[in-house]
Ligand binder design. Structure first.
Ligand code: C2E
Ligand code: MG
Ligand code: MG
Length: 578
């Protein structure tokens, strides 16, 4: 393996270029077919040239000798195709085949005085001339192609293969089902080198690191077969092949780490650099390029955060969750800062389709304009302690809009907002609600706060006090996603709510069996006994609506009558009196 590397000066690059080859050379089998066809055509040519027979085509007599031209053209086409599709190999073979004929033809002319060979000599010479032109032209095209390919796969600053080459290489190995390891490397504190010595010096440091690593690849000093790329900025990737155990991988990575840690002298400055390494195995950890890179990235970031002396980590599943949470937390913070958090309003109707009100549902735009669903970011906001900010944001904005709508239209519709348990339990929650009511001007009776059933289990005492206080202010209370938790009936009996929201999962199943229908009917009856109104969530089908009507459900919220919509659209709905 080592010998193989020494033999090829720029192995790191050569491999990437090879794997990116345009596939100009056709399969060898066609080459052999062309060769066979050539010999056959040549054989037939010399056979028919000597024949004195006549064949009849459509009744016309044709001397067999006249077919010489046809078969010699066929053999010439074979050699031209060889040059066209098989580069140097095709050219040299074709040249040899044509030149071999010359002694025989010259002998025929000068010794046997067979002058009929003279046109053959000219044809061969012309074919050789055409072949040379074709070959030279092809070479030029190939050089252009290689130059373009180089530009596409090379990093301009360091001369290393770039991230595109890295992806191509990984795809190539995956296609061949060859096991490998991808390691992502991020230099530690590289920013401080840039800040202290300037960008020019920073670039020189990157170049030096790249040169050292490239050298290691070419010399094969790590003991494995590697491929190093610069991904972007101060990030590199090392693809390690032929390393089937953690020890071998660690040995290789430590080798690159040691090379990196040697003093770098750039423009009279002494720099010391170290890095964080995270790696993932193909096929053990993941089977796609994207996943492998993101797993290696998760591991590498874990190293960065841990800031411990061990700077090399293998990816493990538990990193994904933290990684996802951290990423989402960042997005939420960004959204709060840049005002990317907004809300939609979903209408609620009574069973005769008279508007009851709207539920405000959070929406978050990511910076690239995509909408992230609350199912994704609300649980993270809860975990990282940002839920009060998110809830508060939606609450204030929706209340502001709704207050204006009430003043504008005199509507008596309700505004429902979701409040998470954590938010509700904050000491200043009641103050916050009062201030929102004051600023927005919404009458307390037109505001409804949705809390989930879990509040009864998690934080009963304190929560109950807050809820009582809200009720005293005249605010309505709804129990969201009812049926999904496990609140006891006795508790529900004393609970100061106004509305039960039957979870969509029950509505979905309701018409599948009689017992499911009876279950929903029982929730509704029980709600009524306890003096709650009942609303069914997620109603999509007319037959669900029929059933709900029959079993006495009071209200409906679902796509069948209205999807969550931008506030302006909800405003139009109110103005139309829908
Ligand atoms: P939720 O409070 O139970 O809200 C109802 C969810 O069901 C909404 O999903 C709504 O779009 C969806 N939905 C309503 N009707 C239908 C239907 O007919 N078919 C289907 N397939 N879906 C329907 P969304 O907007 O994705 O919200 C998901 C959950 O996120 C909410 O469930 C709520 O628990 C939470 N959430 C949303 N906004 C906020 C917020 O501002 N604060 C807090 N704490 N939680 C929020
Ligand atoms: Mg809700
Ligand atoms: Mg719900």
């Amino acid at each position: 393996m080592k010998r193989e590397r020494h033999g090829n000066k720029n192995k790191n690059l050569a491999f990437s270029l090879k794997s990116l080859s345009t596939g100009r050379n056709a399969p060898l089998i066609f080459f052999l077919i062309l060769l066979a066809l050539y010999f056959l055509a040549s054989l037939v040519t010399s056979g028919v040239a000597r024949s004195s027979e006549v064949i009849f085509v459509l009744g016309a007599p044709i001397p067999v000798t006249t077919l010489t031209g046809v078969f010699s053209a066929l053999s010439n086409i074979c050699v031209i195709l060889m040059v066209l599709f098989y580069g140097q190999l095709g050219f040299l073979t074709a040249l040899a085949l044509l030149l071999i004929q010359f002694p025989a033809m010259l002998m025929n002319i000068f010794l046997r005085h067979a002058y009929s060979s003279i046109p053959g000599i000219f044809t061969s010479l012309l074919t050789i001339f055409a072949m040379i032109l074709l070959y030279l032209n092809n070479r030029k095209l190939e050089e252009y192609q290689i130059r373009i390919r180089d530009q596409a796969v090379l990093d301009h600053l360091t001369g290393l293969p770039n991230s595109f080459a890295c992806t191509e290489m990984m795809e190539d190995l995956i296609r061949r089902e060859e096991p490998f390891v991808v390691t992502l490397v991020n230099l530690n504190n590289f920013k401080s080198i840039n800040d202290t010595y300037g960008h020019h010096t920073g670039n020189e440091v990157l170049k030096e690191i790249a040169a050292r690593w490239n050298n290691a690849v070419e010399e094969g000093t790590s003991g494995t077969m590697d491929f190093v790329t610069r991904q972007a900025g101060d990030e590199f990737a090392i693809i390690i092949r032929q390393a089937d155990s953690d020890e071998k991988v660690l040995h290789t990575i430590r080798h690159y780490e040691a090379i990196l840690q040697e003093k770098i002298i750039v423009e009279e400055y002494d720099c010391y650099v170290n890095a964080s390494f995270g790696y993932a195995f193909y096929p053990g950890d993941a089977q796609s390029v994207d996943q492998l890179l993101s797993y290696a990235d998760a591991a590498m970031h874990k190293v960065k955060r841990a800031n411990s002396s061990n700077r090399i980590i293998h990816f493990t599943r538990d990193m994904l969750e933290t990684e996802h949470v951290l990423e989402m937390e960042l997005k939420i913070r960004e959204a709060l800062e840049k005002d990317l958090l907004c809300y939609y309003l979903q209408p609620q109707y009574d069973i005769n389709r008279k508007l009851r009100g709207f539920e405000a549902l959070a929406r978050m735009k990511s910076e690239d304009g995509k909408m992230i669903s609350p199912g994704e970011f609300i649980p993270v906001a809860e975990r990282v302690g940002l839920i009060d900010k998110v809830d508060g944001h939606v609450f204030q904005k929706a209340a502001q809009f709704f207050g204006e709508l009430i003043r504008d239209t005199g509507t008596d519709a309700m505004l429902s907002v979701n409040v998470s348990v954590r938010h509700l339990m904050k000491n200043d929650f009641l103050e916050e609600v009062k201030s929102v009511l004051e600023i927005s001007g919404i009458p307390a009776g037109q505001l409804e706060i949705e809390i989930t059933e879990s509040i009864m289990i998690d934080s009963a005492e304190k929560a109950l006090k807050v809820i009582e206080a809200l009720k005293d202010m005249g605010i309505k209370i709804a129990i969201d996603d009812f049926g999904t938790g496990y609140s006891s009936l006795s508790y529900l009996n004393n609970f100061p709510a106004n509305l039960l929201k039957v979870d969509k999962s029950f509505v979905d199943r309701m018409n599948a069996s009689d017992s499911s229908k009876q279950y929903v009917a029982a929730i509704i009856s029980m709600g009524h006994v306890m003096n709650f109104d009942v609303i069914a969530e997620g109603v999509e089908e007319p037959d669900q609506l029929d059933t709900l009507r029959r079993i006495g459900c009071d209200y409906v919220q679902g796509f069948i009558w209205g999807k969550p919509m931008p506030p302006e659209q909800a405003g139009d709905l109110v103005r139309r009196g829908a």
